[in-house]
Write a protein that binds this ligand. Structure first.
Ligand SMILES: Nc1ncnc2c1ncn2[C@@H]1O[C@H](COP(=O)(O)OP(=O)(O)OP(=O)(O)O)[C@@H](O)[C@H]1O
Ligand SMILES: O=C(O)[C@H](O)COP(=O)(O)O
Length: 399
C-alpha cells in the first residue's frame, strides 16, 4: 500500500502529532552542539504551520543512562528561532499538563513535548498493534487528529512513538521521510563496485549492516573505522592496549567481537582493517602502525592513522558508490579529526556517494564538506534501508 504524504492531509485547524528526529550531539553543559537535524525538519514543520496546523512535536534525545540523555528544552528553543511560528515546550510527554498544552494550541502554533524516552516503554521494541496500546499512544492519540512521521532517522526502531500512532489515527509521511525513502529506496541501482565505510561508536548497528551487505553481496568492500574498527582488530587478535579494549568491554560488546571474528573468517577478503591508529601522547596526536601495537599504557585509539586514510582513499576513489556511516575517530576533538575529515573528503570523489548518521552529518557540517550526492539524516535507519531491510516506521505507515 502506498504511503500517504502531506499532500494527502487536510492540515488546517487539525492537531497533529509530528514525530521528528532531533537526537543531536550535545555539549557537556547539555546545549546543542549541532542543529543539522533540527534544520532538516524545518521544511515539514513550516509547511504544517503555514497551512495552519497545530503541531505537537514528539522526539527523543539520547539513550537512557547515557550522557546525552537530556530534556528537549534546548531543542524547543532552537526550533523557536528556526521557525516563523511560536514554538513552546512542555516538560511532560503525555501528562495531563502536556495534553492540555496540546489542546490549547492555536492554528499555526507548535509545542515540543518532552523527550519520549523519559518514558520507559518508549525504549522498548513492540509490534505496531501492541505499541498502539502503550501509555504514550493511548494518552496522546485522543488529543490528536492525525500523526505525521518525519523521523526517518528513527524509522528502524519499532518504538511506541514511531509505530504506535498509525494503528490509532490517520498517519502520513513528512517531507524528510518522503525524500529519504525516494533516494535510499533506489540504492541498488547505484554504480559498482560498492564500498561501505562503517565507523562510529554504535557497534551493534554497524556490525549488523556489515554482515548484511556482505551476505547479500551488496558490498564489494567494507572499510572499518572508529570503534567498529577497534572491535574488528580485537577479533583479529590485535593487542589494542587496555584503554581501547576496556572501552569496548565496558559497552558489553563481547558478542560483537565474536561476530566480527565470524565475519573475518567468512568474508575476510572483502573487509579492510586499519593499518595504523592515532593515540594521544604528550598532548599531541601520535600515530602507531597496527603491527607496533599495543600503545603505551592508558593510550586509547581515537582515530585511524594517515596510512589507513591513504589506503582506504584508494579504494574509495575507485568505487562506483560509497556509502559511509559513522565518523572514523573522535572528530569532535581537533587532534583526532583528521581521519574523518580526509576520508570523507575523498569519498566525495567517488562516482556516487551517500552518507548517513547524526554525528556523521555533524562532522560534514563541521568540516564544511560539499559534494555528497545525498546526506541522509539517518544513521542506522539509512543503512538498514540501504541493505534492503524493512523499516518498522515505513511498514506502520503502509498499514
Ligand atoms: N576510536 C573511537 N573511540 C571512541 N569514540 C569514537 C571513536 N571513533 C568514533 N567515535 C565516536 O563515535 C561517535 C559517533 O558514532 P555514531 O555511531 O553515533 O555515529 P552516527 O553518525 O551518529 O550514527 P547514528 O546516526 O547511528 O547515531 C562520535 O561521537 C565519535 O566521537
Ligand atoms: O541517532 C539515531 O540514529 C536515531 O536518533 C536513533 O537513535 P538510537 O540509535 O538511540 O535509537
Amino acid at each position: 500500500m502506498a504511503i500517504e504524504t502531506l499532500d494527502d492531509l487536510a492540515v488546517q485547524g487539525t492537531t497533529l502529532g509530528v514525530r521528528i528526529d532531533i537526537n543531536s550531539p550535545l555539549t557537556d553543559e547539555g546545549a546543542l552542539a549541532d542543529d543539522a537535524r533540527l534544520r532538516a525538519h524545518v521544511e515539514t514543520l513550516s509547511e504544517l504551520l503555514e497551512r495552519d496546523g497545530r503541531v505537537a512535536v514528539l522526539a527523543h534525545q539520547g539513550r537512557p543512562g547515557g550522557d546525552e540523555f537530556r530534556d528537549l528544552r534546548p531543542h524547543a528553543d532552537r526550533l523557536d528561532e528556526l521557525l516563523d511560528a511560536p514554538v513552546g515546550y512542555a516538560d511532560g510527554t503525555f501528562s495531563g499538563e502536556a495534553r492540555r498544552a496540546v489542546e490549547s494550541l492555536d492554528d499555526g502554533e507548535a509545542v515540543v513535548l518532552e523527550n519520549t524516552r523519559f518514558y520507559s516503554e518508549e525504549y522498548m521494541e513492540f509490534p505496531a498493534d501492541r505499541a498502539g496500546e502503550t501509555e504514550l499512544v493511548d494518552k496522546l492519540a485522543p488529543v490528536l487528529d492525525a500523526y505525521v512521521n518525519d523521523a526517518f532517522a528513527a524509522a528502524h526502531r519499532s518504538q511506541p512513538s514511531i509505530v504506535g500512532f498509525p494503528t490509532r489515527i490517520p498517519s502520513y509521511a513528512g517531507r524528510v521521510m518522503e525524500a529519504e525513502l525516494d533516494v535510499l529506496g533506489d540504492i541498488e541501482s547505484t554504480p559498482e563496485p560498492r564500498t561501505y565505510v562503517v565507523g562510529g561508536a554504535k557497534v551493534p548497528d554497524s556490525m549488523a549492516v556489515a554482515e548484511s551487505v556482505l551476505e547479500r553481496g551488496l558490498a564489494d568492500t567494507v572499510l572499518t573505522t572508529g570503534v567498529v574498527a577497534n572491535v574488528f582488530l580485537l577479533a583479529d587478535g590485535t593487542d589494542l592496549g587496555d584503554a581501547s579494549a576496556d572501552f569496548v568491554y565496558e559497552q558489553g560488546y563481547w558478542d560483537e567481537i565474536d561476530r566480527a571474528a565470524d565475519l573475518l573468517a567468512e568474508y575476510g577478503d572483502r573487509i579492510r582493517l586499519p593499518v595504523d591508529l592515532a593515540v594521544e601522547r604528550d598532548g599531541d596526536r601520535h600515530e602507531i602502525a597496527v603491527d607496533d601495537l599495543p600503545p603505551r599504557e592508558g593510550e586509547a585509539a581515537m582515530d585511524v592513522g594517515s596510512a589507513t586514510v591513504s589506503a582506504y582513499g584508494e579504494v574509495v576513489r575507485d568505487s562506483g558508490a560509497v556509502i559511509l556511516n559513522g565518523p572514523a575517530g573522535v572528530f569532535e576533538n581537533e587532534t583526532f579529526a583528521r581521519g574523518t575529515r580526509d576520508l570523507f573528503e575523498t569519498a566525495t570523489d567517488a562516482e556516487y556517494s551517500v552518507v548517513g548518521g547524526g554525528d556523521t552529518a555533524a562532522a560534514i557540517r563541521r568540516f564544511d564538506i560539499d559534494g555528497f550526492d545525498h546526506v541522509s539524516t539517518g544513521g542506522g535507519a539509512a543503512l538498514n534501508m540501504l541493505t534492503g531491510e524493512d523499516l518498522p516506521a515505513v511498514e506502520a505507515l503502509r498499514n
